[in-house]
Design a binder for this molecule. Structure first.
Ligand code: FAD
Length: 401
């Protein structure tokens, strides 16, 4: 029976381990932490968004590069993941925004336990506190804590480079570069961006959400919520634009996003509403008639001079397209996900590393991108599932040999 080592114990690895045919393979997970799935639990802190309930076309449109990601997601879709969860006693529900979560009664640790139960039932060995540290001259795996070990196949699933506390030690990228495998430098994705607020503005509005906004960047529009922070802006309206913004910031010192504080109304409708108000003060009209919250009014004041603020026509224009200058992404460690990782040129369509036969890489350690909204976990689970199907397809069981 062939021996497979899975390096890392995140969602991609766990799905793979649960789905591999253990009549054909002896499977061992090597995880450096004392427990698997730490980033998965961190993801659960803000609501464990497992996937997104949309048509397959809409789902695929969120992934980059689409050519690489589409066949993976098509083979294990959002509906397949929901079904898989339900079959493994993880009931799910679709939230009002079409995001899919585990049942409200279920804590993230209980979800993780159900997944690890599936792995244990599949008779997979779990080696915790086992840190991969490269390959020896014979191609054997080098571990920090143990003797080197030989496996017939190795699947690397060590995750992206953010949130070091959950497991990234900063070293696997160097180890792969030593093996002549191209690793695209990591950059923050789904992250905050800096804005040069003035101190008074920050003191008044820090931590405040600005709800129901739209951001336009290049030809992309993203709707949702923003939060004003000391650093700048964050929130689910900004995250989907993070890859494009980061690409611009590779060559430019700053870039501008346009903030629409009233996406449900046109400029003309805003003017009309404003002019028909019985109130006198601009601030009162914005708050009461246009239903803008305090932080939104603060932003309008921050981005308009007195003449604009007191002129309904100019004010309507600015409400619909506030030019916010973004200067840099927040630090990598605070990002929800990372751009960069093992270059997709280094693997074939079955995730096999071209330069190291019988070695594969899946999950966030590869260089792909998706926004928050469940798309990240969906992709990691899909990769684990699809690789298991591939490996199960060509192995033979002991009885068949
Ligand atoms: C704050 C936050 C919130 C998030 N919320 C969501 C969400 O709601 N929905 C969503 O879809 N996604 C979310 N994500 C992203 C999602 O959690 C990740 O994309 C996903 O966990 C990546 O899975 P993975 O299996 O590739 O790697 P990881 O989950 O990062 O797992 C990799 C594992 O490899 C281990 N490892 C690393 N190096 C070694 C080594 N040298 N030897 C052995 N083991 C090693 C690590 O300890 C870790 O356990 C969130 C992320 C963060 C940080």
């Amino acid at each position: 029976m062939k021996k497979i080592a899975i390096i890392g114990g995140g969602p991609a690895a766990l799905m793979l381990a649960a789905q591999l045919d253990t009549k054909k393979y002896k499977v061992t997970i090597c995880e450096r932490n004392k427990a698997v799935g730490r980033k998965f639990l961190v993801a659960g802190d803000g609501g464990l968004n497992l996937t997104y309930n949309s048509s397959i076309e809409d789902l695929l449109s969120k992934y980059h590069p689409i050519d690489f990601m589409a066949p993976i997601i098509e083979k294990f879709t959002n509906q397949d993941l929901i079904k898989w969860c339900n079959e493994h006693e993880i009931p799910t529900f679709i939230g009002s925004s079409d995001r899919v979560f585990p049942d409200l009664e279920m804590k993230p640790i209980e979800v993780l336990n159900k997944i690890t139960e599936a792995v244990a039932k599949n008779k997979v060995d779990l080696h915790l506190e086992t840190t991969w540290a490269g390959l020896n001259e014979d191609g054997g795996l080098v571990f920090e804590e143990y003797e080197d070990a030989m496996f017939d196949m190795v699947v690397y699933a060590m995750g992206g480079a953010s949130w070091k506390v959950t497991g990234y030690d900063g070293f696997w990228a160097e180890d792969f570069e030593d093996l002549d495998i191209k690793v695209v430098p990591f950059r923050a994705a789904n992250c905050a961006f800096s804005v040069d607020w003035n101190p008074n503005f920050i003191n008044t509005h820090k931590g405040k959400p600005v709800k129901n906004v739209a951001l336009t960047y290049q030809d992309h529009v993203s709707k949702g919520e923003l939060v004003i922070t000391d650093f700048g802006l964050e929130g689910n309206a900004l995250y989907p634009l993070s890859q494009k913004i980061q690409d611009t910031l590779l060559t430019e010192k700053s870039t501008i996003v346009h903030l629409d504080l009233k996406p449900t109304m046109t400029v003309d409708q805003i003017k009309e509403k404003y002019k028909s108000s019985t109130l006198e003060k601009a601030t009162d009209i914005l708050r009461a008639d246009l239903n803008l919250d305090r932080a939104a009014v603060g932003i309008i004041k921050r981005f308009s001079d007195k003449e604009t603020f007191l002129n309904p026509d100019l004010l309507a224009e600015i409400i619909k397209a506030i030019p916010v200058v973004l200067e840099s992404a927040d630090e990598l460690d605070k990002a929800i996900s990372t751009l960069g990782g093992i270059s997709l040129d280094e693997i074939d369509h079955n995730f096999e590393l071209k330069k190291i036969p019988n070695s594969y890489a899946i999950g966030e350690m590869l260089d792909w991108y998706a926004p928050t909204g469940g798309y990240l976990l969906q992709a990691c689970f899909s990769m684990g599932y699809v690789l298991a199907e591939h490996l199960n397809g060509f192995a033979v069981s002991d009885e068949e040999e």
